[in-house]
Design a protein around this ligand. Sequence first.
Ligand code: BDR
Ligand code: CA
Length: 310
Amino acid sequence: MTQALIFDTDPGIDDAMALFLILASPELDLLGVTTVFGNNGVGQTTANALHLLTVAERADVPVIAGAGAPLARVYKPSAARVHGEDGLGNIHLPPPARAATPWPGDAAGFIVDTVMQRPGEVTLLAVGALTNLALALQREPRIAEAARRVVIMGGAVFSRGNITPVAEANIYHDPEAARAVFGARWPVVLVGLDVTMRSTLTEADLAQLAAAGRPATDFIARIAPVYFAAYQVFGIEAIPLHDPSAVAYLLDPTLFETRTVSLYVECEGRCAGQTIADLYGVWAPLPDVEVCTGVDSSRLVSLLKHRLSA
Ligand code: BDR
Ligand code: CA
């Protein structure tokens, strides 16, 4: 059975790989792409989403622009070193060939309308700050019962952070939104740094992908060097598959081991954005979240390479 999906994203080099993986997967029915600030401002992430769909020859998929700032903070862009000044590897793309689809209420409105039209069917796959989902919940709280589930690339529950010593970037960008999304009644799966740092593409993997000669793999070959160089600075000779791992969860959850935990999101001070498992129930009540704790990374990497090269 195909899974109906809204992809909420801030492209982003790994977001691009995730989108291409979705489009290469017949099990997934992509209803729309909603954009959010994060790896760049929302104007740029929206342009990037439009461009990626053109590369994949899927201009039929609507792109709806979303939040440009967190619920209660000031957005400070910080990802140019990892994703490039343009969010896509400094390849100097022309302006996108089409405009985003206007929607009443923007991305949050699109999420509400789509989820409420198809109760029980729509999966929300979020791989950026969780602002659009939180705004959608504010607009229509009943989406928490109407959505099938929410799968999120975000968090570092049993591992260290990447944007601060304790916080993962997507949660850090809007911790208040993350707290609202985790606290709603829908089932939430967290595909965070606990697993995404373990599934990586080496230079040899990237060369194999480039040799496939597909529009998506050619594009990945152009954008990946900046991302690769950013991780090399930390002594990591490979690129982590953050956002593609969340897509992989939808395609084959048996790739992952998971554990349901009571999850607290810190919103104050220097630990803002930290995702903490309250394993002993000391801070109850907290929402239950299914956290990915283990991954068969070689199978995940094969899945990605196979799908993108086919
Ligand atoms: C997450 O932050 C962004 O830079 C990536 O696209 C990914 O969604 C990893 O922490
Ligand atoms: Ca992302």
